[in-house]
Design a protein around this ligand. Structure first.
Ligand code: ADP
Ligand code: MG
Length: 698
């Protein structure tokens, strides 16, 4: 364990720089020691001006020839210096009396900056400077990631202090390291080297982090992440959950069989496989934490229904939670349709319902009369009490935070010995997580994947179209609607402040209504009340409405198989997985389906490279995993996961695209280390993740 950084004397307020250190999360010595440079500056040598080429960043020692404040073209301090080989003008647009003093005529100065070839010879703009003649540093000067109020010089001192005080004894057993140059670098050597590399080092190896010292640190970081997730899993395995086994007979026996008999379709092989995995988990006495991932339309709902039925057969209640009212409502309808005939009672719980309705739902949950409670996040509120909650299903889990998941797990039931039983947890997601990311960030979850769509789905043809051709698209819609097809038209959210460049949904709605006489065009947006939204959706689902103009509220889960064309306006503004989710609303019936991505470059001559990459990916593939992989490539893991979703500390050093071999190594080694050297493992996690290890809690 490392000692905490020496605290400021009691009650003396923190200086802005100390506050900034805390903001960066640098509170312990080890945190400081692990705060590694972004890049380095070479202040170890003095270069002659005559040797420098344009654009070189060099350090010179020179005599001040002249120093003057000129007012044209704008107020600035101009200093002419001579180092014996050539002259150079230093320019400061912001300057203080201290600058003028340092550059008084005849002064000998050490200056460092980028050499530019100006009109009147060489110049440096805003170089750093000090008096000349002092000793030169022996190592490269590190430049650290920092924030406002935290000058590099202060940070460097703090880091070196932390480095000298921190406990850097080895936590990874020597035999764990595979063959390779990183074997010869201890943690202490690696850190000392990276903070103060010798000037003769291969800078490229430091910059691309391929140097053995970097390899060593990245491997240790990944190992800490794997260990902490294994610890979380062990902690979970120490918890108890009800073993949900079927009674074999009675009114609630055979619910699943009866549902399968009643369904108009047979389960796909993938659905059968994942439902068996879930069933096996539910029979265990440890809480299940399983992520069910499957592309949009892969049929996750019926798998969730089967899990709920197993729970209900065993005499326990199930709660199902969806992120939006529309989605929750759609689940509710579907589940009531499937389960009510089997004698299963379902309650509906949402924030917007009338007080009397809500009271009835709450009492049904509390008394146990409701076998299944479906709703929005209202389901997890403290006021909601269950009689015997055995299973929680969370749809679109990435839209919920860790806190909400935890709240549900607190709804425990005591067993006959007074031991609290936690509900099992099934999380569903239509955003498949690429393998390396799943291995790294979700190692504490079990993952089931539906990798097959139900038969009879038609491929969706995707076209990327310039906004300038909008009229043609409207004609195409008229044609489709004439054939009895239904169309989604998606607009970005209505935001008053963005009205300037957003053709808002209302305008589009008016335009389409005018272009399609005799057909009903509906409008759905976030400002409508829940009842209004419901009415609009019901008309579209019932096919009385031909076109639904909507903001992204239909993003997930909505299921209207007759809709075969989707137009997404300002497609360049949407994220890749969002586009994929949206497109998944069509192609659900037998009719050939299409998706049109309308883009506009606004005032810019062309789309940004990232926007173009997103639209291209959409046009090229329909495979959710491939889309997710490209999304990860375009956005990087931080954004891909979303801070809210992951609730986990992101990797600081390791890069999952280049360091996958270390990830494999960490995965292989972590269980052994945790079993053989649990104390060392704990110290390792503590060192690397400190208080930031949320896996342990989630
Ligand atoms: P998602 O995984 O996106 O939540 P849903 O559960 O909404 O997908 O399923 C999409 C549609 O496919 C629904 O209409 C559902 O009834 C239907 N479906 C699910 N499984 C099958 C299957 N095995 N065969 C045919 N249709 C199915
Ligand atoms: Mg769904």
């Amino acid at each position: 364990m490392s000692t905490p950084a020496p605290a400021a004397p009691a009650r003396s307020p923190l200086s802005p720089a100390q506050k900034a250190l805390h903001k960066l999360g640098l509170s312990r010595d080890i945190d400081l020691a692990l705060h590694l440079p972004l890049r380095y500056e070479d202040e170890t040598r003095i270069t002659a001006l005559s040797q420098a080429r344009e654009g070189d960043c060099i350090q010179i020692e020179a005599r001040v020839l002249r120093s003057e404040v000129s007012l044209r073209p704008r107020r600035q301090l101009k200093v002419q210096v001579d180092d014996g080989s050539d002259t150079c003008v230093l320019r400061f647009l912001n300057f203080y009396p201290s600058h003028q003093k340092a550059f008084s005529e005849g002064a000998w100065v050490r200056v460092r900056g980028e050499v530019r070839g100006g009109l009147l010879g060489r110049e440096m703009v805003h170089p750093s400077f000090q008096a000349a003649g002092g000793p030169l540093p022996q190592a490269l000067t590190p430049v650290y990631p920092t924030v406002a109020q935290l000058p590099q010089a202060y940070l460097r001192k703090a880091v070196l202090g932390g480095l000298s005080r921190a406990d850097l004894s080895e936590t990874v057993p020597a035999q764990a390291w595979p063959e390779g140059p990183q074997r010869h670098w201890s943690l202490r050597q690696s850190l000392e080297f990276l903070h103060q590399p010798r000037p003769d080092v291969e800078l490229a190896q430091l910059e691309d982090r391929s140097h053995p010292a970097w390899q060593r640190l990245k491997a240790e970081e990944l190992l800490a992440q794997q260990l902490s997730q294994l610890q979380a899993r062990q902690a979970r395995d120490a918890m108890r959950a009800p073993a949900l086994a079927s009674p074999g007979q009675g009114p609630m026996a055979r619910l699943r069989e009866r549902l399968l008999e009643a369904l108009p379709f047979a389960l796909t092989r993938a659905q059968q496989r994942v439902q068996a995995q879930i069933a096996a988990d539910l029979q265990r006495e440890q809480p299940m934490h399983r992520l069910l991932q499957g592309d949009v339309g892969s049929g996750k709902t019926v798998v969730a229904a089967l899990a709920a039925l197993r729970c209900i057969e065993a005499g326990w209640q199930c709660a199902l939670m969806a992120p939006t009212e529309i989605l929750a409502e759609q689940h509710f309808r579907k589940l009531v349709g499937w389960l009510e005939p089997l004698g299963v009672h379902t309650a509906w719980l949402t924030g917007s319902q009338r007080a009397s309705e809500r009271r009835a739902a709450l009492s049904a949950a509390e008394s146990g009369h409701a076998h299944l409670v479906v709703g929005t996040h209202a389901v997890i509120e403290d006021k909601v009490q269950f009689s015997k909650l055995g299973l929680v299903v969370i749809d679109e889990q990435h839209r919920f935070g860790v806190a909400q998941r935890l709240a549900l797990r607190r709804k425990t039931t005591p067993d006959e010995h007074g031991c609290e039983l936690e509900p099992h947890l099934l999380m569903m997601s239509a955003t498949p997580i690429p393998r390396t990311l799943a291995m790294s960030y979700y190692a504490d979850l079990d993952v089931s994947t539906i990798d097959e769509l139900p038969p009879g789905r038609s491929p969706i043809v995707t076209k990327v179209v310039d906004e300038a051709r909008r009229e043609q698209i409207v004609e195409r819609i008229a044609q489709q609607v004439g054939l009895g097809r239904q169309v989604y038209w998606v607009c970005p959210l209505i935001e008053e402040s963005e009205a300037v460049d957003l053709r808002n949904a209302t305008e589009t709605h008016a335009q389409l209504a005018q272009a399609l006489p005799g057909h009903k065009v509906g409008l759905l947006h976030s400002r409508l009340s829940a009842a209004e939204k419901k009415a609009v959706m019901a008309e579209f689902a019932g096919a009385q409405m031909a076109v639904l103009v909507s903001t992204t509220v239909i993003e997930v889960g909505v299921d209207v198989p007759n809709a075969s064309l989707m137009v997404i306006e300002h497609a360049e503004r949407f994220g890749l997985s969002q586009l994929h989710q949206l497109r998944g609303r069509v192609g659900r019936g037998a009719a050939a389906s299409a998706c049109v991505l309308l883009y506009s470059t606004g005032d810019a001559p062309r789309l940004s490279p990232a926007a173009r990459a997103r639209l291209q990916a959409m046009a090229q593939t329909q495979d959710g995993f491939e889309i997710a992989r490209r999304d990860l490539e375009i956005r990087g893991p931080g954004e891909f996961l979303g801070a809210r979703q992951s609730g986990a500390p992101l990797l600081r050093f390791a890069d999952l695209t280049t360091d996958a071999p270390w990830l494999e190594w960490a995965r292989a080694w972590a269980p052994t280390m945790l079993a053989r050297q649990p104390q060392l493992a704990s110290r390792h996690v503590q060192r690397w993740l400190g208080g930031k290890s949320d896996f342990v809690k989630a």
